[in-house]
Design a protein around this ligand. Structure first.
Ligand code: ZN
Length: 67
């Protein structure tokens, strides 16, 4: 499984994308707390002007499953 978080830098509320690179299935969890220990290349903050561009580079197309 791979993952990426997106959210607010201060409140750390955001969303998480979790997917499998083999079968290209995953989930989008829309409201969660981003763990404090998450590495910098696994989180995109809402104040990042290149956020959507970065997300497109990091996240492959995957089928959203119901969590
Ligand atoms: Zn899989």
């Amino acid at each position: 499984m791979d993952y990426l978080y997106g959210g607010d830098r201060e409140t750390r509320v955001g969303y998480g994308l979790f997917w499998c690179n083999t079968c290209k299935r995953g989930v989008h969890i829309s409201r969660l707390y981003i763990p404090a220990v998450v590495s910098e290349n696994k989180v995109i903050y809402f104040d990042d002007p290149r956020g959507s561009e970065k997300q497109a580079q990091l996240v492959p197309e995957f089928k959203r499953m119901t969590p």
